[in-house]
Ligand binder design. Structure first.
Ligand SMILES: [Zn+2]
Length: 300
């Protein structure tokens, strides 16, 4: 029939519907027989290189290869790849995949095969791949269904549970919290009062022995509004703050509750809101948060 250009064009199909049988020769035959058994072999050349797939003659020298077959792979490294966005009928996979040249471990040449990588970004020269074998093998290159990238990561659930052994000073503080009391340490040299109680003065290095009981009221010195949920927080956004307990010279970090986040101010007076007494443990969790007392703000 005439084409657009006027030339006569006819469509021919060359097809062997009953199958086209050809002999493989001993070298390819060995390769395919090994594939059927789930192994990949190459053949060694006279120069000692390993050709995969094997050939009867060394393409580099034209010499006949040796009769030594070498098992290679099964894993290999991609040396080049081309992504197929829309697989066609007859392609090995019915989803987007890549054609890749793969140098199997132990081989000196690369073979071409399909790689099922999910998306183009998961594949590049250097990617390690493993063969995915067909269940029923009959001695064809398609006995390897395709290759797939090596598993390089897993998603695992991590949960760390540990016990913190409180040292002497922290133990003193937490034991008092368990009774609903804040214990600070007063430095006998410089007079600074630290809460939580600590064993030595960071200002002057003096060993602190004097314990002082502090009230559960204080003043917010600085704060942060948090927009990510926290299981301990009343709601989002919530406020965490440095709170200077009355009589202390070092602030304590705690949550602020009972007030909208945008109303929290520096200088705001707060009081600890304790959880029910029967739930108390030697833990700062006894204090749910600090809530405004309603007193006038303090000049910092
Ligand atoms: Zn001191």
């Amino acid at each position: 029939m005439p084409s657009e250009s006027g030339a006569l064009v006819a469509r021919h199909v060359l097809e062997f519907p009953g199958g086209y049988t050809r002999t493989t020769g001993p070298v390819i035959g060995r390769f395919l027989t090994e594939l059927r058994a789930g192994r990949i072999v190459g053949v060694r050349t006279a120069e000692g290189r390993v050709l995969v797939p094997p050939l009867e003659y060394d393409p580099a020298t034209g010499d006949a290869v040796t009769s030594e077959y070498v098992e290679v792979g099964p894993a290999g490294t991609v040396t080049a790849c081309a992504w197929v966005h829309e697989p066609r009928p007859g392609h090995p996979l019915d989803r987007p995949f890549a054609w890749a040249t793969i140098k199997l471990d132990g081989a000196d040449t690369s073979l071409v095969h399909a790689v099922d990588a999910g998306n183009p970004k998961a594949l590049s020269p250097g990617t390690r791949v493993w063969p995915v074998w067909r269940q029923d093998r009959d001695g064809q290159i398609t006995d390897i269904s395709h290759f797939a990238p090596e598993v390089t990561k897993i998603v695992s659930h991590v949960r760390a549970e540990y016990r913190l052994q409180a040292g002497g000073a922290l133990g003193t503080f937490l034991e008092a919290i368990g009774r609903g009391v804040f214990i600070g340490g007063a430095c006998a040299t410089c007079g600074q009062v630290y809460v939580p109680f600590r064993g030595s003065c960071p200002e002057c290095g003096t060993v602190i022995t004097e314990q002082v009981e502090l009230p559960d009221t204080g003043t917010i010195t600085t704060f942060a509004i948090n927009n990510l949920p926290d299981p301990r927080a009343p709601e989002v956004p919530f406020v965490s703050a440095y709170i200077l307990l009355d009589g202390s010279d070092s602030p304590l970090i705690a949550l602020v509750g009972g007030v909208p986040a945008h109303e929290v101010r520096q200088g705001m007076r707060v009081r600890a809101e304790w959880i029910p007494r029967e739930e108390w443990t030697p833990s700062l969790a006894n204090v749910r948060w600090f809530a405004p007392t309603g007193e006038p703000d303090v000049e910092l």
